[in-house]
Ligand binder design. Structure first.
Ligand code: HEM
Length: 719
């Protein structure tokens, strides 16, 4: 026994290598059969962080082949030391995000309203870094949580970095930043149990909200389809707060920032979102990654709502209140430039994780308003970034570094990368010109707008912030019937997860101040035994506010299927003419075709050609597509009929109101999926190539909402 383990000649065995073949890979193996790959050709020498070349990266240094590891193995120690410290704290909010690069292009000079350098010249391009995120979930949570999406844009202007740290919703939960820690504690995991994460459907969240009536407008937005976007590419962005533009003469104009997606808005339905989270938790980041890799660069237009003090005075709400919008119908949006996202990051950690946005990062020509939420944010971001990035020098990290000259006397600290040279590290100083370092710049430098402010020092919420329900109502009545139904369903779902009846009832009391029909709908959905009275309102709801059609997603469809994806379910024998016609029609529209087949290797089409699949049936459920095409052959349908996932593919596509293109051979699947005979007007027979073009044209409506009521009825009947 002892003999078996005695090292042959340990020295020789350590250096011995044998050739081995693993399919396409020719490798060398060591004494224990482990794979060794050596430097040479394009592969540089592997080194330690200190630059010492490494001879063996598969085995730690040990005393004898089966002996203990030696402490002097500096390579092993350095490797583990670095690995052990790979994680940095995740963001307290917006932990899960996806960053990409691009540019902002200015359409026209805005010199009359702002002296901000990036807006001075038509056609000026400013590099940007954008990070999209969810708010509540941890870094590893799924993309399709019902949640607000962060839309943070860092513009590297020639006069410093300007960050528009926005969301895809134009209002916020709270009016004063002092409530932010409470809001975030309430929405995140409950502290005793550590769950649920990435969802608002729990007692603590709704307990806090039901005692925070200023949140009611935001509640309407988060319960709407806005919080389950189909993709980052199909959602709005908003700077939320009122900011100021200041021109060269020192004149100020109030401004609200909007990002409008050129591809139009689109969301998924809740049942779909739940299933996407299982099928592809990275659905949103994959979508953006793929679009950019394919050269299909998403674009947004920067919209400005500009108004003066006089409008602010007469507007029905306080423009400093972040729980209010200014309807587009009242102050139209002026589109002044485009944001193009055309490059994925080279390294996720270096850029997406280390990027540090802050509302405090503004440039000359832009200024804050006195919005108390904005004022608090200006403190919070810088403060949290010191903790998260571990050093006051995080502006030295390339993604955070301005792309214009930077000169100051700030020095030292952890990880200082750019250190001042010379003797002067203070000012004023009397060192000779040049050696004295940078000086103030009264002409170019940032001057705060000299807004007149005076008053007693108080802890008080302005009475002008006290109307909590009017705009919540305005949002609700501006939605289509189907969108209103989604809001009622979302409230019913979320509040049904709330264990305490008192909290559910309290929320219904608030809904009564928004819309009685909505309150009754939810109360019925919750099966409340008694309808509460309306919550006492600080200000009565202004019921005369007009609908704002701009607030509806469905009323503002893109009328195009560009950037969307059809999932085609195929089998051996798929009709090659129909398949090619569909592919051509989608290409013409700027949309994509993805093939789902019984095997990922692909299928043989009717003309003998081979079609490779992107997904095996079980990995390509219809929730991953905007519309589907069922293209089995007569023989192939037999295989699909044996597959429960094929049935789900059709049943889900139908239930989620998707357009379904089908060939005659697919009809048995309809029956199996509980779809009525030949479907409905959203199901389009693909009998010839010309039908494929018509199918794609129909898909421009994105969803066949007319089906929704019927599907609901079928579900209620249990059919
Ligand atoms: C209008 C309301 C708000 C919007 C639109 C908003 C938006 C955002 C966005 C987009 C991010 C993610 C930035 C990134 O991608 O790295 C973020 C992070 C953060 N926000 Fe806000 N936020 C709002 C309110 C607040 C308030 C009131 C506070 C605190 C008083 C706050 C504190 C933070 C903090 C601490 C982070 C993490 C930053 C980091 O670790 O780098 N936010 N916010």
């Amino acid at each position: 026994m002892a003999k078996k383990h005695t090292t042959r000649s340990t020295k020789d065995a350590a250096n011995e290598r044998k050739a081995a073949q693993y399919a396409d890979q020719s490798v060398m193996t060591g004494a224990g059969g482990e794979v060794h790959q050596s430097a040479g050709g394009d592969a540089p020498d592997l080194t330690t962080q200190q630059g010492i070349p490494v001879a063996d990266d598969q085995n730690s240094l040990r005393i004898g082949a089966r002996g203990p590891t030696a402490l002097e193995d500096f390579h092993f120690r350095e490797k583990l030391f670095h690995f052990d410290h790979e994680r940095i704290p995740e963001r307290v909010v917006h932990a899960r995000g996806f960053g990409v690069r691009g540019y902002f292009e200015n359409y026209e000079s805005l010199a009359d309203i702002t002296k901000a350098d990036l807006f001075q010249r038509a056609g000026e391009k400013t590099p940007v870094f954008v990070r999209f995120s969810t708010v509540a979930g941890n870094k590893g949570s799924a993309d399709l949580a019902r949640d607000v999406r962060g839309f943070a844009v860092k513009l590297y202007t020639k006069e410093g970095n300007w960050d528009i740290v926005g969301n895809n919703i134009p209002v916020f939960f709270i009016q004063d930043a002092i409530k932010f820690p409470d809001l975030v504690h309430a929405v995140k995991q409950e502290p005793d149990r550590g769950f649920p994460q990435a969802q608002t459907a729990h007692d603590n969240f709704w307990d806090f909200i039901s005692l925070t009536p200023e949140s009611m407008h935001m509640v309407m937005w988060i319960m709407s389809d806005r919080t389950i976007p189909r993709s980052f590419r199909f959602m709005d962005g908003f700077g939320v707060h009122t900011f100021r533009f200041v021109n060269a003469e020192g004149k100020s104009t109030f401004v609200k920032f909007h990002w409008k997606p050129k591809l139009g808005l689109q969301s998924v339905v809740w049942n779909e979102a739940v299933k996407i989270n299982g099928a592809d938790p990275d659905f949103h980041r994959r979508d953006l990654w793929n679009a950019i890799q394919m050269g299909d660069y998403p674009e947004w237009e920067l919209g400005l709502q500009l108004f003066d003090e006089e409008f602010a005075e007469r507007f029905a709400f306080d423009v400093l209140d972040a729980t209010k919008i200014i309807p587009e119908e009242e102050v139209p949006i002026r589109r002044v430039g485009r944001l193009v996202l055309d490059r994925c990051v080279d390294n996720f950690f270096a850029e997406t994780e280390q990027v540090a946005f802050g509302t405090l990062n503004i440039v000359p020509g832009i200024d804050f308003s006195d919005d108390p939420l904005l004022q608090g944010r200006n403190f919070s971001y810088l403060d949290t970034q010191l903790k998260r990035l571990g050093s006051p020098n995080f502006t030295h990290i390339p993604v955070n570094a301005p792309k214009c000259p930077v000169h100051h006397f700030q020095q030292d600290g952890h990880m200082a990368m750019h250190n001042p040279t010379g003797r002067a590290n203070y000012e004023p100083n009397s060192w000779d010109e040049g050696a004295g370092g940078p000086r103030e710049s009264p002409a170019k430098g940032f001057h705060s707008y000299p807004a007149a402010v005076e008053g007693p020092k108080l802890r008080i919420r302005s009475e002008s912030f006290a109307d909590h329900y009017s705009q919540a109502r305005q949002f609700y009545i501006s939605q289509t019937e189907s969108e209103q139904q989604h809001i009622a369903d979302a409230l019913t779902f979320e509040l049904s997860k709330v264990e305490r009846l008192a909290i559910r009832t309290r929320m219904v009391a608030h809904l009564l101040n928004i819309d009685r029909g909505l309150a009754e709908h939810v109360a019925h959905g919750l099966r409340l035994k008694e309808m509460p009275g309306p919550a006492d309102a600080a200000r009565p709801t202004q019921e005369h506010l007009q609908k704002s059609p701009a607030l509806s997603i469905q009323l503002n469809g893109p009328a195009s299927f560009k950037g969307r994806k059809v999932g085609a379910l195929v089998t051996d024998g798929v009709d090659s003419t129909t398949f090619q016609a569909l592919r051509t029609a989608l290409e013409k529209e700027g949309a994509l075709l993805e093939i789902i087949a019984p095997h990922v290797g692909g299928v043989e089409a009717s003309d003998g050609s081979w079609i490779e699949a992107a997904q095996q049936l079980r990995g390509g459920p219809s929730v991953l597509y905007d519309a589907v095409a069922l293209l089995p052959s007569e023989d192939g349908i037999e295989i699909l009929m044996q597959e429960p996932t094929a049935r789900d593919f059709v049943a889900d596509a139908f239930a989620h109101c998707k357009f379904i293109g089908y060939v005659e051979a697919a009809l048995p699947l309809f029956a199996k999926a509980g779809v009525p005979d030949h479907g409905d007007d959203g199901c389009i027979a693909l009998e010839g190539p010309e039908d494929c073009a018509a199918f794609v044209a129909t898909c421009r409506q994105l969803r066949f909402w007319a089906r929704e009521a019927g599907v609901r009825h079928m579900a209620q009947q249990g059919s």
